[in-house]
Design a protein around this ligand. Structure first.
Ligand code: GAP
Length: 452
């Protein structure tokens, strides 16, 4: 495996410098572990989400979409087990007034309870660990009375189970089929951190795939392979990706089997996505708590059963971070250092930069004409400010795969040069064919040049 130049600090600094991601509320000193996406960050994360939707809704015919509410009936979380069981063990340091996850601290020498925390002093004194529920509580309505407590969803999955019956009744879906959604989830994480890797407010891309019970294992294997392919097709280097099956003591309360897709971040191998065999736990629980029948009945054969569920659950922010980390590279052009994001062109925030070589002789006018034309088809950016070399560097740093340069010759023969971010090859293309050519390139299979 080639040595990686990337560090989390370099990613954080590039994201701020180039307007991908900013610390939230910075003018007030920031609020820990909240981040805001700037222009290029929005474009990049939107592309990640669009590719996820595409792989499920466009490239297959057995998955449908949903956008459910963030605040659901509070009984949802009783039924799902989150109210009782969605906890992490918490310890406080009485001296430092800091909080830690007990399971992430080193054991004390006597093995009784955690005794060490980062930056501890001889005076440090940890409490016993207690279970801390990660759900954010709030109230509905103007009166803070008993019974008005609701929760911000800690996963998008439950909204899918609550709507399952609608898909049977109105959309006439029959297993095997999936319901997918992307949306915000909230967890009062004890130790958020590592930039957008672990936040208290984040976006999930989750799909619940409902299957006849006897087919669950087969579909579990199917989704493991599909989800690994999704990341590699979008350019993640295969040697930085792996599947790891959970040990029995790691399994969530609902799961009879889970494998994580892990990525080799600069902080080590970490979970990108969990793929779980949830059995019929959730639908059975909601049937019991709501009193509704959530069985599927096959009218032809008379078969009736509560479907089993395979759930690929990914994080949109975490996937975006992995694509950024995987794309980060440094090289040298003509003795000058360059930072470049070697993003898959489909994910790149901007597909082509439109650059008049000089700001005179009709070049900006022609460049604007080309820009307007291309805007109909792809995300482009016009930039006429500064030396051409500096403009190339700026686009390299945000991962723009192609730079279109308009020069003196362009006005004579209506051709432009197209420079490739990775190979640095420059070819002349007729203006009339530029849109088709860029769209053709966008459709080509792509492989990270960092593998070469
Ligand atoms: N419905 C199952 C579920 O929520 P999870 O493993 O807790 O499973 C799925 O979450 C994915 O959501 C994770 O693999 C990760 O990508 C993302 N995720 C979870 N907690 C997160 C956090 N605090 N910050 C950012 N992403 C998070």
């Amino acid at each position: 495996m080639a040595t990686d130049l990337v560090t989390m600090d370099k990613i954080v600094s590039l994201c701020k410098r180039r307007g991908f991601i900013f610390p939230s509320s910075e003018i007030y000193g920031g609020i820990g572990s909240s981040y805001d996406y700037g222009h290029y960050g929005v474009l990049l994360k939107n592309n990640v989400k669009a590719q996820w939707w595409r792989s499920l809704l466009q490239e297959r015919d057995d998955v449908v979409a949903l956008d459910s509410a963030i605040i659901q009936h509070p009984r949802t979380w009783e039924a799902s087990g989150h109210l009782a069981g969605f906890t992490d063990p918490l310890v406080d340091c009485r001296t430092c007034k800091l909080r830690f996850r007990a399971d992430k601290l080193e054991d004390s020498q006597c093995g009784q309870r955690p005794s060490k925390h980062p930056g501890e002093t001889p005076e440090c004194d940890l409490t016993d660990s207690r279970e801390f529920n990660l759900m954010f509580e709030t109230t509905v309505g103007p009166v803070k009375a008993e019974g008005s407590t609701v929760y911000l969803r800690p996963e998008t999955a439950q909204g899918i189970f609550l709507n399952f019956k609608h898909y049977l009744q109105f959309s006439r879906k029959k297993p095997p089929f999936g319901i997918a959604q992307i949306g915000k989830s909230f967890r009062n994480e004890i130790t958020p951190g590592n930039f957008t890797f672990r936040m208290r407010e984040f976006e999930q891309m989750e799909m619940e795939f409902f299957v006849p019970p006897s087919d669950a294992e087969r579909w579990f294997e199917h989704w493991l392979a599909e989800r690994m392919n999704w990341y590699t097709k979008l350019g993640i280097r295969p040697d930085h990706l792996r599947l790891r099956a959970h040990d029995a003591d790691e399994l969530s309360h609902y799961s009879s089997g889970t494998s994580d897709v892990e990525y080799l971040f600069p902080i080590g191998w970490q979970e990108l996505e969990g793929i779980a065999n949830r059995g019929n736990f959730d639908l059975t629980q909601h049937a019991t708590f709501s009193g509704q029948n959530l069985e599927y009945v096959d009218t032809a054969s008379g078969d009736r059963y509560i479907p089993h569920v395979i759930e690929p659950a990914a994080g949109a922010d975490r996937a975006t971070l992995a694509f950024l980390v995987d794309a980060y590279d440094e090289d040298e052009i003509d003795g000058e250092a360059r930072t470049v994001l070697r993003l898959h062109p489909q994910l790149a925030p901007v597909k082509a930069a439109i650059l008049p070589l000089v700001r005179k002789d009709g070049q900006p006018e022609l460049a604007r004409e080309i820009e307007q034309d291309l805007r109909e088809r792809i995300q482009v950016e016009y930039d006429a400010g500064g030396a051409i070399g500096r403009r190339y560097r700026r686009q390299d740093e945000i991962g723009t795969p192609w730079a279109v340069t308009i020069d003196h010759q362009s006005l004579e023969d209506r051709t432009v040069t197209v420079r490739d971010r990775d190979s640095l090859a420059q070819v002349r293309v007729a203006i009339g064919e530029l849109g088709d050519e860029l769209e053709r390139r966008l459709r080509l299979p792509w492989r990270s040049p960092k593998l070469d």
